[in-house]
Design a protein around this ligand. Structure first.
Ligand code: ATR
Length: 272
């Protein structure tokens, strides 16, 4: 019997993770299966425990269960502790759940390895201060940027996040009203904003010459944020498909001890 893995979420049918992990498994010769696992909104723990009982070895966790996965894990990686959320679960030899968070590492790997962006000494702006932002701040600060600013509709949440991460590097909360006077080399959208009209609260002047705009959301069509960033003068843009694939590779490495090549999977999911 192949080792069983899955992505658990609600909704989850749209997830590309099974295709990504099937490609990794084939390329690395791992004997494993990877499926979609839909958990009822009020039954995350029973669903994943039933999966473990049926021989499941590990899970990717997506919306809206990353906090419940954190609470379920008996042991956490340091990056999961920092993020306060778990996107990767693994059954330990003693049967307990180990919780990791590979989202931030996946983003940084996409930025630096795939997109050729240097983080050191860059001015970075993160838009949004929710769970997605919390997951990426630690790994971004590890890249030794000049500064990392967080701006959010609800300013108090940006202030709280900046305070929590201040021991790790030069991070500050910035009010939306102060943004028009600031310019950044890398602007990351971590909000759940979908409509172009909502984006207009952010001043386009945040894009310094040569700047890069990155949307954590992935989409085969340019996202509204990407459209907006290009119109405002961002030089290069990317959506989150590369991050999705890289965080999956990090999870795969944790589970199987093998690091798969990601470029062939990117080409598979986004043929040119
Ligand atoms: P996630 O886990 O995906 O980060 P979340 O924790 O609900 O989800 O956070 C969503 C983020 O998108 C928040 O930063 C939210 O801003 P608030 O903290 O002010 O709620 C941001 N967001 C959602 N809709 C938005 C909108 N229309 N304009 C600006 N920011 C928005």
């Amino acid at each position: 019997m192949p080792d069983r893995y899955a992505v658990v979420g609600n909704p989850v049918a749209h997830s590309k993770s099974p295709r990504i992990h099937a490609a990794f498994a084939q390329a690395t010769g791992q004997d494993m299966s990877y499926e979609h696992l839909l958990a009822p909104l009020d039954a995350f723990v029973p669903t994943v425990e039933a999966f473990r009982g049926a021989g499941g070895r590990g899970l990717n966790v997506t919306v809206p269960f990353k906090l419940e996965a954190f609470a379920l894990a008996a042991v956490h990686s340091s990056r999961a502790q920092l993020a306060g959320a778990v996107n990767t679960l693994m059954v330990e030899p003693d049967g307990r759940w180990y919780g990791d968070n590979t989202d931030g590492a996946g983003l940084v790997r996409d930025l630096t390895e795939n997109l050729g962006l240097e983080l050191r000494d860059r001015r970075i702006l993160v838009l949004g201060a929710g769970g997605a932002a919390r997951g990426i701040l630690g790994p971004l600060l590890d890249g030794l940027p000049h500064s990392l600013a967080i701006a959010n509709r609800t300013h108090a949440k940006a202030v709280a996040l900046a305070a929590a991460f201040a021991p790790l590097g030069p991070i500050e909360a910035i009010a939306l009203s102060a943004l028009p006077r600031r310019h950044y080399d890398l602007v990351i959208n971590s909000t759940s904003v979908g409509l172009a009209s909502e984006v207009h609260d952010w001043p386009g002047s945040v894009f310094a010459p040569g700047s890069f705009a990155y949307d954590l959301v992935y989409s085969d069509q340019p996202t509204q944020f990407v459209h907006w960033a290009l119109a405002q003068g961002a030089e290069r843009t990317a959506d989150g498909l590369g991050m999705l694939i890289e965080q999956a590779a990090e999870s795969f490495h944790l589970w199987r001890g093998v690091r798969p090549h990601t470029a062939p999977v990117f080409a598979l999911l986004r043929p040119r």
